[in-house]
Design a protein around this ligand. Sequence first.
Ligand SMILES: *Cc1c(COP(=O)(O)O)cnc(C)c1O
Length: 370
Amino acid sequence: MVVAAHRPTRLLISRKAIAHNLTVVRQTSGCRFIFMAVKDNGYGFGLLPVSQAVLAGGANGLAVAVLDEALTLRSAGITAPILIMSWLDAAYAGVCADQQVMVTVSSLAWLKEALPYLDGHPPLLVSLAVDTGMGRIGCRERAEAEACVAFLQAHPTGFVYQGLMTHFADSDTVETDYFERQVTRWHVMTDGLVKPPMVHVANSGAAMYHAAEVPTDVIRIGTVVYGMEPSEGTIRPDDYLDQIERLESELIMVKKLPAGEGVSYGHTYVTPTDEWVGTVAIGYGDGLSRRLKGFSLLIHGEKCPIIGNLTMDALVVKLPGPLPVHTKVTLLGEDGGQRLTLTDMAHHTGIAPWELSIRFAERLPRVLVD
Ligand SMILES: *Cc1c(COP(=O)(O)O)cnc(C)c1O
């Protein structure tokens, strides 16, 4: 993968904003331990920069989806607790044990399959998952969860029963019926079950909106720390969070087009009159959605709409007049008292903010600031 360092386009990530959002989460949820979700390249903001910033900013551990993410963090020298939240092939149990990576386990069959792979390794940290209504991973029956706990306790040289978790399908909407059904099922599945040191059930929505109803001693959280409001503003506006990112580029060419000229592939935009336009050094190859056509970027605090189709490496904006080449263009962040957020882009494109952020391409340089 190539990072475009020789181009005036940057994704700046604010340590201060991340630390602020972590503080908000800690105060609202009353949690003691935060597993920060850094899966999928830190929700697109960059696995290593985000991991460094969150650990410095108050997170206690990191949560990933796949083993390779965990190994990348360990290779980078990160010694904090790491949890793999998704399914893992039992054949990798030994690697995880060696690297002190906690794995999520959903069945007795998995534990039995993993045991021989743990010969000669330190005990594997296990977080047992119960399915309370997500329907994805986790034991569905209480009897299976009990059998897993018994197996873990019977094999102390193979395993450490470290965690117990579930995941909510619907914790960030105004309608709470489905959430409450999952809480009820959590009690049916786990009341009276032997509890490990870490019981972790809350994601962003549960930690921010349901802290009184579920255990929040340990939480797994991503969205809000990245500055994105989980309800996309339907439960509360996002003003309690700090925006962590600034996406900036520059005008690389400025020209005056006469009336009746088509702009970009397909000529979907035709200048209605003489018009000043500017070319910006970022395109859909950087992960921007092509649905951003018509979305306004900020130049000196003024809104400049993207005209015509985005191309892979560049896009064209309508300018208020002639501006010098190298003028800064803000795609996300503040400029001149105006602000653009991923939620604004989500409203324009119909794509969720976190789905927009995970699309940020490898080629965009991520730079930690503050
Ligand atoms: C991604 C993920 C989280 C974090 O969810 P947010 O809504 O981003 O806070 C928590 N738990 C599991 C199992 C996840 O996959």
